[in-house]
Design a protein around this ligand. Structure first.
Ligand SMILES: *Cc1c(COP(=O)(O)O)cnc(C)c1O
Length: 512
């Protein structure tokens, strides 16, 4: 085989066409930048102003051919044409979280100051790994970390870092907890012996990212122990105490208790003060997953629901859930900044150890990521424009609305409702009566699908004690009780029709 040789000398690289350079943001292209962004903003604004339902109900089978048809090697040349195309492949059938009848998951309508932040941060394109790629951005992120830690009450040694989301925050928290549990296991043999014995206790209603993290962290397949919950779907503190004792007796090491401040389905808040007491007495790391409930940190009326969170060793907050921030915006906070050393590595090219001595603030020393978005800017501008009180009042409003919605469903004989959420979810199901009683699961599944297909509303589904339930997650202050009532009627109509059709079918087509 001969190695091809390329003429190198005397061959100037062919310059990119001038038009290509005009697509990069620089001093000569600011007009193009202004126009393109303004055009994009205008398209989105028009959609937001005119959509009459949260989804169109389009199916993947209908949409996929439109996306597949696009030839990525054949550019359209200008932003306007690309935006025209985008209308077809994305904007027309997008899911609109600002619509009052989007009631499914933890997606919020977004604060405009945060959108402004998004536009600024992506254009400047700071990267939060090192000071020399971010300058003021690093200081702004640090101020917001301090502000959040202060709201939680973590004390003077607290620190933290912005992350891509609650899942990454939980992963990092458990990494720190694992390393703290392993500090005395010096040497590979001792570590290898200890790792399979590590256990994590969390609520049966906790988030699946805890399991995923355990897997990523090389823990045993049965490392995460789901502790039973009480009638309000909060972890039973007494069961946590018993489980820690049982683990110790069995030669296992509980490396962390993960409390949930706002379970994804039920909005239930684990008894944080009791858990903090148990963890303090047994020397176990307490992580509080407040991905959902963190909005209470700024609530003018409900901050007390998080009492005890100040005693956590680490806390996950998702600003992109209850702080009305666009995805992504999340953070991990720790009580003792020294714990973050477990995520520290020094690379000669990036953050050599001498920079620590020179007190150069490099956030990469605390992060699982390297190149990292300046997501903090969105929260910064939101706080500078609106302030925490107004933002917290919006979250309070959706919590109040959810209480009204719960009341409405619980008084409606067509439905059965599960525990009243401390946050903004309502878990319920349509209950057929008479001969259709056995069709409850199928009828609720059908109602959810039929509703989404109609595009008139989107609700979530979940399983409770093995049965199919429906779920409202309210995060939009624009959602009224009338909206909720309207959606309940739609669900009852779809589910009722399903039951009617299937009972009738059973009666008219007897088996055998
Ligand atoms: C949403 C959620 C997570 C995961 O957060 P992401 O930002 O989606 O990664 C973790 N825990 C709880 C309780 C959540 O509700």
């Amino acid at each position: 085989m001969t190695v091809p040789t390329y003429p190198v000398e005397n061959t100037a690289p062919s310059p990119a066409p001038a038009a290509a350079r005009a697509h990069l943001l620089h001093d000569g292209s600011v007009e193009q930048y202004r126009r393109a962004i303004a055009d994009g903003v205008d398209r989105v604004a028009r959609r937001v102003a005119t959509v009459d339902r949260p989804v169109t109900g389009i199916t993947p089978a209908e949409l996929a051919p439109l996306v597949d048809r696009v030839d990525l090697n054949l550019p359209l040349g200008d932003a306007g044409a690309a935006l025209d195309e985008l209308e077809d492949v994305y904007l027309r059938d997008a899911v609109w979280f600002h619509h009052p009848r989007y009631l499914a998951h933890l997606n919020c309508p977004v604060a405009i100051p945060a959108l402004l932040g998004e536009a600024v941060l992506t254009a400047v394109n700071s990267s939060l790994d090192t000071w020399d790629q971010s300058a003021g951005a690093t200081l702004i992120e640090r101020r917001l970390i301090d502000w959040t830690a202060e709201r939680i009450g973590l004390g003077p040694s607290a620190d933290g870092v912005f992350t891509s989301g609650g899942s990454q925050s939980n992963l990092q928290a458990l990494l720190l907890a694992r390393e703290e549990a392993c500090v005395d296991a010096v040497g590979p043999a001792a570590r290898a012996e200890l790792l399979p014995r590590l256990r994590v206790l969390t609520s049966a209603a906790g988030h699946f990212s805890v399991q995923k993290s355990a897997k990523l962290l090389g823990l045993a397949p049965d490392a995460v122990i789901a502790v039973p919950t009480d009638a309000r779907r909060r972890i039973r503190a007494s069961a946590v105490r018993d489980e820690i004792a049982r683990c110790r007796q069995a030669g296992l090491v509980v490396m962390a208790v993960v409390a949930t401040a706002g379970t994804t389905d039920f909005g239930s808040i684990d008894p944080l003060t009791e858990l903090a007491g148990i963890c303090a007495a047994t020397g176990v790391w307490l992580h509080v997953d407040a991905a959902y409930g963190c909005g209470l940190l700024i609530s003018p009326t409900r901050r007390h629901l998080l009492d005890g969170i100040d005693r956590a060793d680490s806390v996950t907050v998702d600003f992109h859930k209850s702080f009305f921030q666009p995805v992504s915006s999340s953070a991990l906070l720790v009580r003792d900044r020294r714990a973050l050393r477990h995520a520290t590595y020094h690379a000669d090219y990036l953050n050599p150890a001498r920079m620590v001595e020179q007190r150069i603030p490099n956030q990469v020393d605390k992060s699982l990521q390297t190149t990292r978005r300046f997501d903090a800017l969105k929260l910064w501008l939101t706080l500078r424009v609106m302030g925490p009180h107004a933002l917290g009042a919006l979250f309070d409003e959706v919590v109040d609305r959810a209480a009204d919605a719960w009341q409405l469903v619980s008084e409606d004989p067509r439905f059965e409702v599960v525990t009243r959420s401390e946050l903004s979810t309502v878990v319920f199901r349509y209950l057929p009566t008479g001969p259709g009683r056995d069709l409850a699961d199928a009828a609720n599944l059908h109602a959810r699908e039929a509703l989404a297909a109609s595009g008139l509303a989107v609700v979530a589904g979940t399983r409770v004690d093995g049965r199919h339930f429906l779920k409202f997650t309210l995060l939009n202050p624009a959602t009224t009780v009338e909206d909720v009532g309207y959606v309940l009627d739609l669900i009852a109509t779809h589910a009722g029709r399903y039951v009617h059709d299937h009972v009738t079918a059973d009666l008219t087509c007897p088996v055998g």
